[in-house]
Ligand binder design. Sequence first.
Ligand SMILES: [Ca+2]
Length: 238
Amino acid sequence: MMVRRSVILLVVLVILTGCKGGSGKISSRDEVEMVRIPMISGYTEVDDPIYQDFYMDVTEVTVGQFKKFLKSSGYKPEKPIDWAELFKFSPTDKHPMIRVSWHHATAYAKWAGKRLPTEAEWEFAARGGLVNKTFPWGDDESIAREYANFYGTGGKDQWDGTTARVGSFLPNGYGLYDMSGNVWEWCQDWYDEGKEYRVCRGGSWSNSMLSQRVAYRVNDVPTAANYYVGFRCVLESK
Ligand SMILES: [Ca+2]
């Protein structure tokens, strides 16, 4: 009985606290809308508990926002961004920034007064207040294309071979868009003990539905700048 009560209490807590997600919106230097992600418990599948509320960008950082950063900060990427290649997959300022290395993403975050999410923060936020679900919207694969741009088309997913404008799909329970699909998102953490690879989460337009699972993990070297990887930022709660 105690176990059952605990489960019920947890569910109630998730519902009550989950309601706070989406409130307390703030703006930041890069003028990206952020929402407060309420700390509930460490129910991610990575061994790194969340200790406090934090804010997360509601969308992936866009091409337009990244251009603004470059212009305003004077940041010079160690390896120039190949804009011609980038525009093939992210053609407007409203599309997610891609061909962006972990170093570029980190520089952007620093300029904006933010940082990249830890892997645990990313997954916690992606779950949108749901517990033990496969995707940010739950377990139902039949509605995947209402929430995510991944390989192929159908429903809201009209993009085949490119990113979609950020926020083109339904948000998760915290009001976060594209936590599955569109572009993989760089996380702060090293993937390996040897510290060669950084974590990327969330699946992309070029991957199957399986890669859109909320616990799915991939990695790349921090200098890699691919057409299927972007990022979003977080801000610690004061
Ligand atoms: Ca697609």
